[in-house]
Design a protein around this ligand. Structure first.
Ligand code: SF4
Ligand code: SF4
Ligand code: SF4
Length: 272
C-alpha cells in the first residue's frame, strides 16, 4: 500500500486547497476546480505506479484541455501571464492570481515544475511533436524568457496607465492571440532546434517564476549512487537536459526538471 501514498498525498494537498478556497472565498467553483485538478493528477500518479506508459499524457490532456477550453475559452478567464498581471493590478485574489499562486509560485516549493510536465496546455500540444528527446545540444538562449516576461508586464501596465476601457474583453483576446503566438513559436522552435521543449527552455515567461521556486522543491528525482553504473541513459532520455545523477540542488538544469519520470522509467538499474 505504501506505493500508493503519493497519489493520496496529491489528492489531500489539492482537496485542502479546494476546501480552503471554497470556504474563504465563499465560492463553490474553487471546490470543483481544485478537486478536478487534484483528482486528475492523482489518477495520473496512480496510472504511473501501474506502469501505464501514457499516464503523464492522460493528466496533461485532462488538466490542459480543462484549463484551455473550459476556463479560457468558455469562462473567459485569462490564465496566461498577462491575466495574472491584470488581476494582480486590480488587487483581486481570484482566477489567474490564485492559479499562479498555487501552480507556479508557491506550489513548486512542493511539486517543482509538475505544472510543466502534467498540466500546461502549451506543452500539451508541443509534446505531440516528434522531438521528445532533444536532438541538438542545448543553446544559451534562456535570456529570451526575461524579455517575454517583461513584455507581458509592460503590455498590461500600459493598458492600465492608458485607462483603457473593456479590459476584460481585451484580456480575453490577449488570451486567444497569446496562445496562438505561443503555439506557433513553440512549433517553429521545436522543428528548428529539433527539440519539443525548446519553447519551455528559452521563451516561456512563466519559467521566470518556476525556476527559482522549483530549486527548493520537496519532490525531486534522486539518484542512488550505490546502484548507478553511470551508463548515462537517464541523461539521454531527459527532455530538459537535467543531470539527474547529481543529487545536489545545483545540478545542471536542475530547475528545468518537469518530473516526467522518463529517466526513472529508463534507468536499467532502478537507481532513480
Ligand atoms: S515552461 Fe512554460 S510552456 Fe513549458 S510547460 Fe512550463 S509553463 Fe508550459
Ligand atoms: S540511467 Fe540509471 S544507472 Fe544509468 S546513469 Fe542514470 S541513474 Fe545511473
Ligand atoms: S527525465 Fe527525469 S530529470 Fe529529466 S525532466 Fe524528466 S523527471 Fe526530470
Amino acid at each position: 500500500m505504501k506505493k500508493y501514498a503519493m497519489p493520496v498525498i496529491m489528492l489531500v494537498v489539492f482537496e485542502t486547497i479546494a476546501i480552503t478556497l471554497w470556504l474563504t472565498k465563499d465560492n463553490l467553483f474553487y471546490l470543483f476546480n481544485f478537486s478536478y485538478i487534484g483528482l486528475s493528477i492523482s489518477l495520473g500518479v496512480f496510472l504511473f505506479i501501474q506502469e501505464y506508459r501514457h499516464a503523464r499524457r492522460v493528466v496533461q490532456l485532462l488538466v490542459g484541455l480543462y484549463m484551455l477550453v473550459y476556463l479560457g475559452l468558455i469562462c473567459n478567464e485569462n490564465m496566461q501571464i498577462e491575466g495574472f498581471w491584470y488581476y494582480l493590478f486590480t488587487g483581486v485574489f481570484e482566477a489567474a492570481t490564485i492559479h499562479y499562486a498555487v501552480a507556479k509560485i508557491f506550489g513548486p516549493l512542493i511539486f517543482g515544475r509538475g505544472w510543466c510536465g502534467y498540466a500546461c496546455w502549451t506543452a500539451m500540444v508541443l509534446d505531440f511533436l516528434p522531438y521528445k528527446v532533444p536532438k541538438q545540444p542545448r543553446r544559451q538562449l534562456g535570456w529570451i524568457r526575461y524579455i517575454t516576461f517583461a513584455a507581458s508586464l509592460i503590455f498590461v501596465a500600459a493598458l492600465f496607465l492608458a485607462h483603457v476601457r473593456n479590459m476584460e474583453r481585451i484580456m480575453f483576446w490577449a488570451f486567444i492571440i497569446g496562445n496562438m503566438l505561443y503555439y506557433a513559436t513553440g512549433i517553429i522552435l521545436a522543428f528548428a532546434f529539433r527539440d519539443n521543449r525548446a519553447f519551455c527552455k528559452y521563451v516561456c515567461p512563466i519559467a521566470v517564476f518556476l525556476k527559482p521556486m522549483s530549486y527548493f522543491s520537496l519532490i525531486r528525482v534522486k539518484c542512488d549512487k550505490e546502484k548507478c553504473v553511470s551508463c548515462g541513459k537517464c541523461k539521454r532520455v531527459c527532455p530538459m537536459n537535467v543531470d539527474v545523477t547529481d543529487n545536489s540542488r545545483k545540478r545542471a538544469n536542475g530547475t528545468e526538471c518537469i518530473l516526467c519520470m522518463e529517466c526513472v522509467r529508463n534507468c536499467p538499474k532502478g537507481a532513480l
